[in-house]
Write a protein that binds this ligand. Sequence first.
Ligand SMILES: CC(C)(COP(=O)(O)OP(=O)(O)OC[C@H]1O[C@@H](n2cnc3c(N)ncnc32)[C@H](O)[C@@H]1OP(=O)(O)O)[C@@H](O)C(=O)NCCC(=O)NCCS
Length: 190
Amino acid sequence: MGEDIKIIEPRTERLQLRQWTPSDRDPFAAMCADSQVMEYFPNTLSRSESDSIVENCQSFIAENGWGVWAAELIGSTEFIGIIGLHIPSADVPSSPCVEILWRLARPHWGHGYATEAASAALKVGFEQLNLQEIVSFAVVNNRRSRALMERLNMIDTGEVFAHPDVPASSLLQQHCLYNISKVNWLTNSA
Ligand SMILES: CC(C)(COP(=O)(O)OP(=O)(O)OC[C@H]1O[C@@H](n2cnc3c(N)ncnc32)[C@H](O)[C@@H]1OP(=O)(O)O)[C@@H](O)C(=O)NCCC(=O)NCCS
């Protein structure tokens, strides 16, 4: 075995971001089968597709100590969604890069949970992983995701690109690209 990896599990006022457990599979599958949550993805996910994401997230965190975490509400321990840092497998304009991403179950929208969790994920990226830049991208008309990027003080690069994993025939192919540098993050956090 290699060296021991310290697993980073950020905690905020209301949320615990943590390594995945088997009990997350059911609520994650339900969230990924919800057409409203998946409105800006090419399709909802089957159980085997959502389980495969859980396995990938879990093993990436086990190997690296960070990644896309399961988010639970402190107190209730309820799984509410996923937030974290990810190396895109698709070739996007900012590649190689680390992106921040999010997906919350519908009942948990509108409470500021994504802002709170994503702020903690940016802090891990800049303070613990010493990244110089974190990017994010979304379907151009994904208003909620873009509003979240703006609440996080991410900058709209103005670049719009055709996401390589989305079919050219899809209205969801055009993505906008945001980023935040460590320097800007430090300025905003001061
Ligand atoms: C993108 C997504 C995570 C954003 O969720 P969200 O609930 O809009 O974002 P937040 O959790 O930060 O909550 C912000 C909202 O809560 C409100 N709010 C309530 N209490 C708050 C608090 N304590 N702090 C901050 N905002 C608070 C804000 O006013 C805002 O309301 P508004 O949407 O009416 O403007 C969610 O819509 C989602 O999971 N979408 C589907 C998946 C997806 O598209 N992912 C992105 C792919 S690129």
